[in-house]
Design a protein around this ligand. Structure first.
Ligand code: NAD
Length: 300
């Protein structure tokens, strides 16, 4: 039976690894926080305590880490750790599903290639709910061969798997998507707050916009106003979900890419400033849809 090493069992990694277990694969898990690996151990995964341990005997490695610096550390090694690339067998497939800068993804892919290893950058869209339901969208960068191999593993965790292009293109596709999402969520919060401030019921207004040209993903699946959508983070004190600090990171990646290609991103820059302000006011760790509370707080 195929063995998958899974590193990073946070909000996204834990449900993704659970789906690999549910598919009947051997799953070995590692996170810096033991409290996060324990439930997976109880569900049948092998709990490991180092990078070297977790990748031993693995056919594929999947990582789900916060940012580029963590991905470089885990793959290239640091201190006592040799890193994934220098600890795996020759035919092991490497998949990073974190959202990071394309340059770091290409650096890790190049290092992997020097050892003859296939590496795919495969960031996801779909959030914690999509991770739990196994319906994530994967946006993959890498060679045709890496993509074909990755597709087999990713199919256990997602529904749509796109080959965006060479190494780094998966990350670039994801960055464009999240620039759009950051803008959409800000606009959705703004419109809902405006309606409420002028006497509209947020449930009624949401329904109107869902059937009109203001319809969008945030309204449809992730309404930021508490009480409108029982399963959205907004109705659970904005927990769990996609943390404000991660949206801020992604918008920063969008702005960096825009600076490199000299692309105009005025809307993305404005959205980034809104999230930066919101984050600075103690909201780093809550779901990004809590930006709605920022609008409520500014309301005269
Ligand atoms: P998270 O912070 O909940 O999880 C990251 C995990 O990585 C943590 O448990 C942390 O302990 C672990 N980690 C960090 N460094 C490590 C190391 N050196 N070795 C082992 N484990 C290490 O973050 P998340 O919400 O699960 O997001 C993960 C990635 O997925 C991010 O890049 C994020 O931008 C992206 N993403 C998140 C969502 C979402 O809705 N949460 C959606 C799409 C994409």
């Amino acid at each position: 039976m195929e063995t998958i090493a899974f590193i990073g069992l946070g909000n996204m990694g834990a449900p993704m690894a659970s789906n690999l277990l549910a598919a009947g694969l051997n799953v070995q898990v590692f996170d810096l926080l033991d409290s996060l690996t324990k439930p997976l151990g109880q569900a049948g995964a092998k709990v490991c305590h180092s990078i070297e341990d977790v990748v031993a005997g693995a056919d594929s490695v999947v990582t789900m880490l916060p940012a580029g610096e963590h991905v470089k550390r885990v793959y290239l090694g640091e201190g006592d750790s040799k890193g994934v690339i220098h600890s795996v067998g020759k035919s092991t497939l490497l998949i990073d599903s974190s959202t990071i800068d394309p340059e770091s993804a290409r650096l890790v892919a190049d290092e992997a290639a020097q050892r003859g290893l296939d590496f795919a950058d495969a960031p996801v869209s779909g959030g914690v709910a999509g991770a739990a339901a196994g319906t994530l969208t994967f946006i993959v960068g890498g060679s045709e061969r890496a993509f074909k191999r990755a597709e087999q593993v990713l199919g256990h965790m997602g529904k749509n798997i796109f080959h965006a292009g060479d190494s780094g293109c998966g990350q670039m596709g994801k960055i464009c998507n999240n620039l759009m999402l950051g803008i959409l969520m800000s606009g959705t919060c703004e419109a809902l707050n405006l309606g409420i401030a002028n006497g509209l019921d947020p449930n009624v207004l949401s329904n109107i916009m869902l059937q009109s040209s203001g319809r969008n993903w945030a309204l449809e699946l992730y309404n930021p106003c508490p009480g409108v959508m029982p399963n959205a983070p907004a109705s659970n004190q904005y927990q769990p979900g996609f943390m404000t600090k991660l949206m801020l990171k992604d918008l920063g990646l969008g702005l960096e890419a825009a600076a490199q290609s000299q692309s105009p991103v005025p809307m993305g820059a404005l959205a980034r400033n809104l999230y930066a302000f919101h984050s600075m006011h103690g909201n780093q760790e809550v779901d990004f849809s809590s930006l709605f509370e920022f609008y409520r707080a500014q309301q005269g």
